[in-house]
Design a protein around this ligand. Structure first.
Ligand code: SAM
Length: 255
């Protein structure tokens, strides 16, 4: 008897918020895969990826919210990835493809990486494919009306700031620094940027491309911004560059 073919797990990039930033390939897979997984929302609210993709889904598709706790503890995280990988495998092993939608790009600091890794650890035969998309620093630059980098500029992305020394080193080495997950360390970052006289060329963008996006173009008067998780900072350390400055557009909501 022929063996049951195994389905593919697709990691699909849902982009930073604006549904028009989904790729055509992502949209096709989201509309045609029998099973659509996504990170479960918190406190009864749908997650970002879920909100982006919801209009594309139809009632005959199975929706699979997967819980990924918002903690640092490696044991808790590993247990969540195990559960999620098990839920995905239950469909793959019957031959169903599963599309996992993740906010931003699926290869850029994404939960998808851990899900795929855990799945393949247990089931090396599982097929995994990734559909690239728009990651948040690129979306932020576009919303700011500025290039992220030009010419020979060196870009350094810090995924999170666990030690302030990391930021000092980044500012020494790079021409443009992107700080992901800046919300919890904003006050400390502000002091360092003030000392280095970099506040005027530092910008924060909150929920880039989403309906409630916020932009802060000059941080000199903002030592204590209260930012949500979906915030990032772009620091232009390259004073000598001829990089065009962010252009202020009429629809910018300045906080
Ligand atoms: C775990 S990372 C996920 C990155 C995502 N995979 C991407 O491609 O952008 C989460 C961090 O990304 C940043 N981020 C993601 N989406 C964002 C958005 N729409 N606006 C601003 N920052 C965002 C924030 O710094 C947030 O703390």
């Amino acid at each position: 008897m022929a063996e049951q073919p195994i389905g593919t797990l697709w990691g699909v990039s849902a982009g930073p918020g604006d549904p028009e930033l989904l790729t055509l390939k992502a949209a096709r897979l989201l509309q045609t895969c029998p099973v659509v997984a996504f990170p479960a929302g918190r406190q009864g609210q749908p997650g970002v990826a879920q909100t982006i993709i919801q209009p594309l889904l139809s009632s005959h598709q199975i929706q699979l919210p997967l819980a990924f706790p918002f903690v640092q503890d490696p044991g808790t995280l590993a247990a969540a990835w195990e559960l999620a990988a098990g839920a995905v495998w239950a469909h793959l092993k019957t031959g169903q493809d599963v599309v996992f939608a993740t906010e931003g790009d699926a290869s850029f600091y994404s939960t998808f990486t851990y899900l795929a890794h855990t799945l393949q650890n247990h089931h090396p035969e599982a097929q995994v494919a990734t559909v690239p998309g728009v990651c948040s620093p690129l979306a932020a630059a576009a919303q700011l009306g500025m290039p992220l980098t030009i010419l020979q500029q060196r870009l350094l992305v810090l995924p999170a700031l666990y030690a302030i020394a990391d930021l000092e080193a980044a500012l020494d080495q790079a021409d443009v620094v992107v700080l992901m997950k800046v919300a919890s360390v904003y006050a400390d970052v502000w002091k360092i940027l003030q000392r280095r006289d970099l506040l005027a060329q530092s910008r924060v963008i909150v929920r880039a491309t989403q309906a409630d996006e916020q932009i802060y173009l000059d941080l000199r008067d903002r030592p204590d911004l209260d930012l949500p998780y979906f915030s990032l900072m772009i620091i232009d350390c390259d004073r000598a560059s001829s990089a065009p400055q962010a252009t202020q557009r009429p629809d910018f909501r300045l906080g």
